[in-house]
Design a protein around this ligand. Structure first.
Ligand code: MRU
Length: 353
């Protein structure tokens, strides 16, 4: 199975697949300007927690590569500025902040030790590339670990898009499904549409069809019914930020799926790399992104604005919700599977004890 890398640093440019146009058209964009890349994250040309982390790291690489001067002080100022711009794009997925902090820390370390702008530029590029490489490695590992929870013949319900298009490549929850399939387990997938942006209908279906993995699409409103009919064996989905308490933020709609899974005794798993676990933020500090009202008022068709309602209706548009730990059967990471109580198992996985 060939791994699609939706965002990549090629020479001194970043290129990415504009996911707003999937499945209609495969449009690859490129830039040398970190501000343009920040806009691409904000507008969801690039989306999915690990993918925006990788893109933000590449944004730092662009800032370094295209800083015109040779002075260390100016370069560090430029990197701090880029970090600030990139950090303002999307607030919920922790991978973005994790990647920015990691690259900045590396730059500061090299600046202190070598005191040379050229060395710092190189180190920033290397660190960004390492983040991309490691994300794919983590996904492959999680895939193998998570596939142990999948049985031959399982029908798996998934939400949003957690595949190559949401990561550096391969995917988190979709990585588990891919790994199980590659092991020869005949799994079937039920993908939710995932309104308002339709990541399930547009992106997950597109990815699974490319791989030849059987998929059926349902609207978000059908989850309860299909579970009540015994059509779902397991739920696997991703996360944007996991707190040490086990609460996790993920695409809007996750919480209601978790409640329905609990009611119908369907195991509910979230799959995420350790870069998605946030040891610092508490539940009351967790910021849920509120997006533009027109996402809800219109259908996500990038060529034409089609209103599905009265155009001036007031709207609520939280992009994520929070699922409490008591609804989660287990959390799959590249370092192993965490089971309740999560405030013990997640600390262990992060090596905090
Ligand atoms: O708003 P999006 O499309 O960036 O939201 C993506 C999700 O919520 C995914 O489920 C999450 O990032 C995990 S993807 C590996």
């Amino acid at each position: 199975m060939e791994i699609l890398k939706p965002v990549d640093l090629v020479g001194d440019e970043v290129k990415w697949l504009d996911t707003r146009f999937i499945p209609w058209e495969e449009i690859w964009r490129k830039t040398k300007d970190y501000r343009r890349l920040a806009q691409a994250i904000k507008d969801m040309e690039i989306r999915g927690a690990p993918a925006i982390g990788v893109a933000a790291a590449f944004g730092m690489a662009l800032a370094a590569l295209h800083y015109p001067g040779k002075d260390l002080e100016g370069l560090m100022k430029e990197l701090r500025e880029a970090k600030e711009v990139l950090a303002k794009t999307r607030p919920t997925a922790v991978n973005l902040f994790w990647a920015l902090d990691r690259v900045m820390k590396k730059a500061e370390e090299v600046a202190r030790e070598k005191g040379d702008a050229e060395e710092v530029k190189q180190a920033v590029v290397e660190e960004a590339k390492a983040i991309q490489r490691e994300d794919i490695e983590m996904n492959m590992k999680m895939g193998k670990i998570g596939a142990k929870l999948v049985e031959h013949g399982d029908t798996i319900l998934t939400h949003c898009n957690t595949g190559s298009l949401a990561t550096a490549g391969y995917g988190t929850a979709l990585g588990v499904i891919r790994a199980a399939w590659e092991e020869g387990k005949e799994v079937k997938v039920i993908a939710t549409e995932t309104r308002p942006v339709d990541q399930g209908a547009r992106l997950t279906v597109w990815e699974l069809k490319r791989d030849g993995i059987p998929v059926k699409l349902i609207s978000d409103t059908m989850v309860g019914y299909v579970m009540s009919k015994g059509l779902v064996d397991k739920v696997f989905l991703g996360a944007d930020r996991i707190l040490l308490s086990g609460h996790f933020a993920n695409k809007i709609g996750t919480y209601q799926i978790a409640i329905m899974a609990k009611y119908h005794n369907v195991p509910f798993y979230t799959v995420a790399p350790t870069s998605t676990i946030d040891p610092k933020t508490t539940l009351d500090q967790l910021v849920i992104e509120q997006r533009k009202p027109d996402e809800v008022r219109t259908c996500p068709y990038p060529y034409q604005k089609v209103y599905v309602t009265v155009p001036d209706v007031e709207v609520l548009n939280p992009a994520f919700d929070i699922t409490p730990p008591e609804l989660v059967t287990a959390i799959v990471t590249e370092k192993g599977i965490a089971y309740p109580p999560y405030w013990v198992s997640l600390r262990k996985i992060l090596g905090l004890d």
